[in-house]
Design a protein around this ligand. Structure first.
Ligand code: KG4
Ligand code: ZN
Length: 321
């Protein structure tokens, strides 16, 4: 079995996955509540919490898989991109585990991990496909032709899609992280109430900062009582603009590379309007869309292992090169 470790942001996660992609355990301890009072992830707080949680989460994953460390053949870990202090906690834990049992260590790119969520059982998706990867930190269009990697076709020029959802939710007083709350608020709203703009940037890139400003101006016009009354309409219109930008660009990218299939991964794939707008798309289950370690163990199956003990000096990286 492959033991995966993920600590790039505010989820402490450990999973056990078989070489053919069967998930034996997938434990995720979210720190969202801890960071909510600050309205965003506080890196130093996240690192310290990872340190407290990584041991118990590992024990829980082994218990759920009814496995022992002896059953582990390789340790996979997110090396980046992410919060550097948070990454280092997972990387150090993974190194220690691998080293103590003389196992190989497989460093995994977090974005490759998100895509590799699609390769897990019971319904693995096979390349080629166009992949929209939309998380709190990234919005990318990827040309995926093999399980070991991808080619980047486009990305965001400013905010990530998840970040746009979170910032919008904050402006609407929906708390943090607000993507899911905004999705829920939008359910009872009229998506055509506000004509929010979809930025037209050339090529296959995205831009969400203008949209966020448009929402800010719309909110400023309203008294607190009016805001409560119009919240659902604002949420629905704002969500519609983000989803439209994502869907339009994903379709254009698929056409450009001649992909017959579109897949969506990352936390924003949980969005109900996005799912409805791409009914044919391959989607990972909700639990595998948001950060988890099963996707990291899955990606490790197609990444290069570093043999014992050559990985002791391996470093994490905060952003993609
Ligand atoms: O992939 P993920 O768990 O973490 C990162 O790697 O960033 O994505 C988290 C992002 C957050 O911005 C969150 O607000 C957003 O995904 N998200 C949603 C929904 N559920 C989570 N955005 C829109 N609608 C949702 N239902
Ligand atoms: Zn992620």
């Amino acid at each position: 079995m492959i033991l995966g470790v993920e600590t790039s942001c505010d989820e402490t996660a450990v999973a056990l996955v078989t070489p053919d992609g069967e998930i034996r355990a997938n434990v995720v301890a979210s720190q969202a509540d801890l960071h909510a009072r600050y309205g965003g992830v506080v890196p130093e707080v996240a690192s310290r919490r990872h340190l407290e949680l990584v041991g118990p989460v590992l024990s829980e994953a082994l218990a759920r898989a009814e496995a022992e460390l002896e059953d582990v053949d390789a340790v996979a870990v997110t090396r980046g991109p992410g919060l550097i202090g948070a990454l280092l906690v997972g990387l150090s834990a993974a190194k220690a585990l691998a080293w103590s049992r003389r196992l190989p260590l497989v460093p995994v790119d977090h974005l490759h991990g998100h895509v590799a969520a699609l390769y897990l059982q019971p319904d693995p998706v096979d390349p080629p496909f166009l992949c929209l990867l939309a998380t709190g930190g990234h919005t990318l269009l990827l040309d995926v032709r093999e399980r070991s990697g991808f080619r980047v076709l486009g990305g965001t020029l400013d905010d990530a899609a998840g970040e746009a959802f979170d910032k919008g939710a904050r402006l609407l007083g929906l708390g943090y992280p607000g993507g899911a709350a905004l999705d829920r608020a939008a359910e009872s709203g009229d998506a055509d109430a506000y004509p929010f703009p979809v930025a037209r940037v050339p090529g296959l890139d995205f831009s969400f900062s203008g949209l966020k400003t448009a929402l800010l101006y719309a909110v400023r016009e309203l008294s607190p009582e009016e805001l409560v009354r119009r919240r659902a309409d604002l949420a629905a219109s704002y969500q519609k603009a983000i989803v439209r930008a994502l869907v339009e660009r994903a379709k254009a990218a698929a056409e450009e590379i001649g992909a017959r299939r579109v897949a969506v991964v990352g936390g924003v794939a949980a969005n109900s309007a996005l799912r409805a707008a791409l009914p044919e798309a391959a989607l990972a289950t909700l639990a595998l869309c948001t950060d988890n370690a099963a996707m990291i163990a899955s990606a490790a199956r197609y990444a290069r292992p570093i043999p014992y003990p050559e990985y002791l000096a391996l470093d994490a990286y905060a952003s993609a090169a």
